[in-house]
Design a protein around this ligand. Structure first.
Ligand SMILES: [Fe+2]
Ligand SMILES: [Fe+2]
Length: 286
């Protein structure tokens, strides 16, 4: 009998240029030791999409001994070259292009990407998320084409809705995407961007949907130490362990949900997003 057990390492926000090498050495070793069935990297590979940062990211990602899928983060779009940003925004992924926004077949589970980083948007802050109609249609078509009984694991960079983390995504059309995903056999939406981990069940008009966020493997930590998510699928359910070098328990690593009205409504003209202060999780004293 073929086992349905699958293990996925969900990494995010490595930010080469300000990467945490101790954390990266540890994660690479964990991948070699445990040989997960897939590694999902949910974007922000670099700090400013500089060539040398992409070279380091490509070298590290290509050295991983596992099937890898990579989402594009807002930090991965050309930052200093607007012409390249508009006309060839993914050119710097050469050397790992076959891993970018790639689906991975894991039997009864299937990874399906959904792009949330865009090259431009009609608001001041282009770092925030945006789900275009084309990106959503592509993702939904991929889910609808899956064989019966298969659950989708959707990978995005920006969380599709605010989840109470200190960093915000303010993803435009994220609610519409969540409602469409909730109608389909989606096990969870995996995201990055906010640099803190979470695992929450969100309600939509079309039913609940699970949102799982990974922390960062960079020095740009917010409320929690560097971490990645170790996911286990047993054919029926998905469990999440937030692995980190400080041995902080998963429950203490995951930022709690907040009521929907906890964040004040934001005008498009506001240059700075509202920030909720989340208490810092102190690692245990050793
Ligand atoms: Fe990031
Ligand atoms: Fe980001």
């Amino acid at each position: 009998m073929v086992s349905d057990m699958r293990r996925i390492f969900h990494l995010s926000d490595i930010h080469f240029g300000l990467e945490n090498n101790r954390a990266l050495d540890w994660v690479k070793q964990e991948i070699e030791e445990h040989q997960p069935d897939a590694v999902a990297i949910t974007g922000d590979l670099t700090m400013r999409a500089r060539s040398r940062e992409f070279e380091a990211a490509t070298h590290w990602i290509n050295s991983l001994q596992a099937p890898v899928t990579v989402e594009v983060g807002n930090h991965d779009m050309p930052y200093f070259n607007p012409i390249e940003r508009f006309f060839a925004p993914y050119r710097r992924f050469r050397g790992m292009e076959e891993k970018v926004e790639r689906e991975i077949d894991l039997g009864t589970l299937h990874i399906v990407p959904l792009k949330t980083a865009v090259r431009a948007q009609p608001r001041l802050n282009w770092s925030k998320g945006w789900v275009t109609d084309a990106a959503l249609a592509k993702c939904l078509a991929a889910i609808d084409a899956l064989p019966g009984g298969t659950r989708a694991l959707v990978t995005v960079h920006h969380p599709l809705r605010e989840v109470g983390t200190q960093g915000t995504a303010l993803t435009k059309h994220g609610d519409k995407a969540l409602r469409e995903l909730a109608k389909r056999p989606v096990e969870a939406v995996l995201s990055g961007h906010v640099h803190d981990a979470f695992d929450i069940m969100e309600q939509t008009g079309e039913g609940p949907i699970r949102m799982i966020g990974a922390g960062t493997l960079s020095k740009r930590t917010r409320s929690t130490p560097p971490s990645f998510n170790d996911l286990e699928w047993d054919g029926e359910g998905l469990t999440v362990c937030v692995r980190n070098l400080d041995d902080v328990e998963t429950g203490d690593m995951q930022i709690d949900d907040v009521p929907e009205n906890a964040l004040p409504p934001r005008r498009e003209s506001d240059p700075v997003a509202p920030v909720r202060q989340v208490p810092r999780v102190d690692p245990p004293v050793r």
